[in-house]
Design a protein. Structure first.
Length: 362
């Protein structure tokens, strides 16, 4: 909606005073980002040009969601070198302090940072861009001041300043946020333990040789790394040694894997051999054992052979079929096989009887 100018007439045609006209001015402050498909804008691109009075809020009022016609403008500043999870978590806390908040993030330039804090790894342009791509940031203020002035707070219509509660001594002051705290505009956030830009730099300095060798291996030159000729040769030799160690390690792992496979297969072969051995022994005993099938078959075959070699004897007498009662005597030379003589005397007696019979026939 258009903003009504001061001193404009009301609907009744009666001119209104400037104070009454200012009360009707609507806030045109930028709203929080509703989409994350684009980076956050810079403050000089979308500066707050709202003409409505910027009333002072208390923390209790802001937490209740007032005023309803505009977001609470929260400001957080820092260097944000080597942007990490600790930075993102602090900005998340600043963003979620109030139900409806608009987070402005101030990033100090290289000149101020090098003057009051020290050299940075990332330059100011890289640090600005890192903040623009954080999901919690609605607006980025480039070249932010080291100490917040009333003019800066008024220009950006800042309601509250968010930072951790540890006194930040810098630029000749024991705490650069002291006057913000006294004005009731300071809202504390919690630091993330175990992560900071200084910690990351300390790790790099501590393991300098490791990272120098790493970048040499990835194609960076010794000049780019500011490494001397001797150190370059040393690092390259160490890289070769590490590669040899890695190859030996791979060979050992493959050898262990091969031995394990051989042991596993040999175990399977032994197990299968034992099973086959038990099966073979069982079949052998079943065939050739004391009560095996081979013995029974042998007995059956031997019985048949004995029966074939010694057939049954014919009967001693058989019934006569219409023969005469007078039976012709047997020839004298026929010897009764079924009843052999039991002694020589019996044999002589039989011979004498045979001779007598012959005489009778004559």
């Amino acid at each position: 909606m258009p903003v009504r100018a001061a001193g404009a007439e009301s609907g009744t045609g009666i001119p209104r005073s400037p104070s009454e006209a200012m009360e009707e001015l609507e806030h045109t402050c930028p709203q929080p980002r509703l989409t994350l498909t684009a980076p956050a804008p810079f403050a000089d691109e979308t500066s707050c040009q709202c003409q409505a009075p910027h009333e002072k809020l208390t923390i209790a009022q802001a937490r209740l969601g007032t005023p309803a016609d505009r977001p609470v403008r929260v400001y957080a500043d820092g260097i944000f070198d080597l942007f990490h999870a600790g930075h993102a978590r602090a900005l998340m806390q600043a963003k979620t302090l109030f139900p409806n908040s608009y987070l402005l993030v101030g990033v100090c330039s290289d000149d101020l940072t090098h003057k009051f804090k020290g050299f940075t790894v990332m330059n100011e342009t890289e640090r600005y861009e890192a903040l623009r791509h954080c999901r919690y940031v609605d607006e980025v203020i480039r070249d932010a001041p080291w100490t917040l002035t009333p003019e800066f707070l008024e220009k950006h219509k800042i309601d509250f300043v968010a930072h951790d509660d540890i006194p930040y001594s810098s630029a000749g002051s024991d705490d650069v946020y002291k006057h913000i705290k006294e004005a009731g505009m300071f809202v504390p956030t919690q630091r993330t333990e175990g992560i900071s830009t200084s910690d990351i730099i300390t790790r790099i300095v501590r393991d300098y040789d490791v990272y120098a060798r790493r970048n040499l291996q990835r194609g960076y030159t010794a000049k780019e790394l500011n490494v001397s000729f001797i150190n370059e040769k040393k690092y390259r030799f160490q890289n070769q040694v590490d590669r040899m160690k890695e190859k030996v390690k791979n060979v050992e792992e493959k050898s262990k894997e091969f031995v394990y496979k051989v042991e596993e297969k040999s175990h399977d072969l032994i197990q299968k051999w034992e099973e086959k051995s038990r099966e073979f022994i069982g079949n052998f005993l079943e065939l050739f054992g004391p009560d095996g099938a081979w013995k029974q078959m042998f007995q059956e075959r031997s019985g048949r052979m004995l029966q074939a070699f010694s057939p049954r004897q014919s009967p001693n007498s058989s019934p006569t079929r219409g023969r005469s009662p007078s039976r012709s005597p047997s020839p004298p030379w026929v010897i009764n096989k079924t009843s052999p003589p039991s002694s020589p005397k019996a044999a002589s007696a039989s011979l004498s009887s045979m001779s007598e019979g012959d005489e009778d026939e004559k």
